[in-house]
Design a protein around this ligand. Structure first.
Ligand code: ADP
Ligand code: MG
Length: 258
């Protein structure tokens, strides 16, 4: 059973504590949404899961497929089957989307089999076309340089295509709180909906309540002040849609010190 288990996670940036004891378990086949107002530490959680060196884990554990991954590099985490979409993807002029994806896929395959010769190009091309059709993408996209001059929506598509190609077991998608327009939101949602199934677990992180118009998570978590304060099913999403975050702030706001 593939599980991502986050236990009592405490994270600091430049000495400032941001995550304050976060617990979450995600299994293959599940769709989770983590929602919360800006500044509560949602992106901090995503970067920490990815292994970004600026984020210091001061307490707690992160387990993936039975291994403690805290000491693993980002590329090692990726090869194990954890996928983390970048909030601000980097452009690589000179490297096409297709080449980038083939290189990444081969690296992932070699992690499980050192003898792996790499996927033959015709087989890769066939697979890529299938994935692009699934995501309703124009095949010309594969020949463009990665993220070079891509619109916000195209970057999102490239991210989702990367997820479709690498076939991770657990994917964490941190959606930008700024600059994510309704089209990008729809693209991400459609991609997630097309790819979810028994072989993929997804965590979508966002502050947009309207995301839930597109993705129907089985599990909804509300994050506030560095921790998950409420977890529930789709009913919790409806409550957020109806009442926003004000009740969360009222209920969980730390008292202002005298
Ligand atoms: P969210 O994604 O929920 O909006 P973030 O994880 O981006 O929240 O930020 C949580 C808190 O951490 C905020 O108070 C933010 O100012 C602070 N923070 C985030 N990144 C950094 C950083 N690189 N350096 C210093 N503080 C940061
Ligand atoms: Mg964020």
């Amino acid at each position: 059973m593939t599980e991502l288990i986050i236990k009592d996670l405490h994270v600091s940036i430049e000495g400032k504590q941001i995550l304050k004891g976060l617990n979450l378990t995600v299994r293959k086949g599940e769709v989770h949404a983590i929602m919360g107002p800006n500044g509560t530490g949602k992106s901090t959680l995503a970067y920490t899961l990815m292994g970004h060196p600026s984020y210091e884990v001061t307490q707690g554990e992160i387990w993936f497929k039975g291994e403690n991954i805290l000491e693993k590099r980002p590329d090692e985490r990726s090869r194990l089957g954890l996928f983390l979409a970048f909030q601000y993807p980097v452009a690589i002029p000179g490297v096409t989307v297709a080449n980038f994806l083939r290189t990444a896929l081969n690296a992932r395959r070699r992690a499980s089999n050192p003898e792996e010769k790499g996927i033959p190009i015709p087989e890769f091309r066939k697979m890529l076309i299938e994935k692009m059709n699934l995501l309703k993408m124009d095949s010309k996209f594969a020949g463009r340089y990665l993220n070079d001059g891509f619109s916000g929506g195209e970057k999102k598509r490239a991210e989702i295509l990367q997820m479709a190609t690498l076939q991770p077991e657990i994917a964490i998608l941190d959606e930008t709180d700024s600059g994510l327009d309704i089209d990008a939101l729809r693209i991400v949602s459609e991609g997630v909906n097309a790819l979810t199934g028994p072989n993929l677990g997804v965590v979508v992180i966002t502050h947009y309540q309207r995301l839930l118009n597109y993705i129907k998570p089985q599990f909804v978590h509300i994050m506030f002040n560095g921790t998950i304060v409420e977890s529930g099913g789709p009913a919790l999403a409806l409550k957020l849609e109806e009442h926003g975050y004000d009740w969360v702030r009222e209920k969980y706001q730390e008292p202002i010190p005298a």
